[in-house]
Write a protein that binds this ligand. Structure first.
Ligand SMILES: [Zn+2]
Length: 359
């Protein structure tokens, strides 16, 4: 056999293999098409049609959207495990860049506001960097363990100031790490210590009954925990707000109050009025998107007729489609504006549609 014969056969074999490959691909596509036509949305392996690009709750993804630089804060001191921020005139924020609390130094002692268990053991050390005075008071912003569960670690026998609802919830919780408040109030309380002052006030239920506003007028600082998330998507379901309309109202109150620095209890940096404006704008867009989706989505559409006697299934089918439309509406405008948009937008849309339907 000549070299040219061998080359010719080799070329024919390649051509044959290539034709087989095309045929196989065509067959595979036709088979997939047949399967696709037989699949009902929601059946195994068949996602809903028009699924938003943001993965729904329960779907694991490879990589979340990057946190925009505008949402990042100064780095914490790696050796210490926290960062102190001087808020002026003896008031300091302490943070691990996930939680935030404060302490206020006065002539005879120190007032601590919140003690997140993630770094509470380090709070006395952080205070010692600034002052040798003892902790005489603790103020609880609210009863949740992730913000005050380190109170016991502060030691001593400080007076504990909180709203009366917080006291009630802590008596019920009977948690030795969250000592019961010793001083409570209903509407307003002024904590005057030497030349320093904190004005505590209650604005009703939003995040949790008893969650208060803590104003330091001299420093022009306002601390409200778990309501505003500076440049971030609120934590899931409006940060677990127990009263969604109350939560919307409280964001408005914070927006209108006169302060320069907001200590919001979470994320890596303090908040500004621009952060509150941004969150308020997002919440209005969310309310509008969820409202429009509720109005335009037909109940029962695409539901398997075999599920018609299952009302839970009917609502699940309806609410999923409402939330899907809400997510699709908000994604183009907000996905790169708020850090963590993709993490919790489904939660927010579900929470919003539910509040609009039943509150
Ligand atoms: Zn909370």
């Amino acid at each position: 056999m000549s070299i040219s014969d061998r080359e010719e056969r080799h070329a024919k074999r390649l051509a044959f293999n290539f034709t087989s490959l095309i045929l196989l691909v065509a067959l595979a596509l036709a088979f997939a098409g047949l399967c696709g036509a037989a699949d009902v949305p929601g059946s195994k392996g068949a996602p809903y049609s028009n699924m938003p690009s943001i993965a729904p709750i329960g779907e694991r993804i490879g990589k979340y959207i990057d946190v925009p630089t505008s949402a990042q804060g100064p780095a914490i001191d790696a050796a210490k495990g926290y960062r102190l921020q001087d808020l002026g005139s003896g008031l300091y924020m302490i943070t691990d860049n996930a939680y935030q609390s404060m302490f206020l130094v006065y002539d005879k002692g120190v007032v601590v506001v919140d003690a997140p268990p993630s770094y509470a053991a380090k709070i006395p050390k952080a205070i010692a960097d600034i002052s040798d005075k003892p902790i005489t008071h603790i103020v609880y912003s609210h009863a949740h363990v992730d913000h005050i569960g380190g109170a016991k670690l502060l030691g001593g026998n400080p007076a504990i100031v909180a709203h009366q609802e917080t006291q009630r919830l802590l008596k019920r919780a009977a948690d030795p790490n969250r000592p019961i408040p010793t001083v409570t109030f209903a509407d307003k309380y002024t904590l005057q210590v030497g030349g320093q002052r904190l004005e505590l006030s209650y604005h009703g239920n939003a995040h949790q009954p008893g969650n208060i506003f803590i104003a330091a007028p001299r420093q022009r600082v306002l601390m409200v925990v778990d309501v505003i998330f500076p440049n971030w998507m609120p934590w899931r379901r409006f940060a677990l707000a127990q009263d969604v309309p109350g939560y919307f109202a409280q964001v408005e109150e914070i927006r209108k109050l006169d302060w320069d620095t907001l200590v919001a209890g979470h994320v890596a940096r303090t908040g500004t009025h621009a952060d509150v404006e941004l969150q308020a704008r997002f919440m209005q867009d969310l309310k509008q998107a969820a409202g429009a989706a509720l109005a335009s989505t037909k109940f029962g559409e695409g539901l398997n007729p075999l599920d018609r006697s299952n009302p839970w299934a009917g609502f699940d089918n309806y609410i999923d489609r409402v939330a899907g439309q809400c997510v699709r509406t908000l994604t183009p405008e907000w996905s790169n504006k708020l850090a963590g948009f993709d993490v919790y937008i489904w939660d927010q849309c579900l929470s919003m549609e539910q509040s609009l339907r039943i509150d």
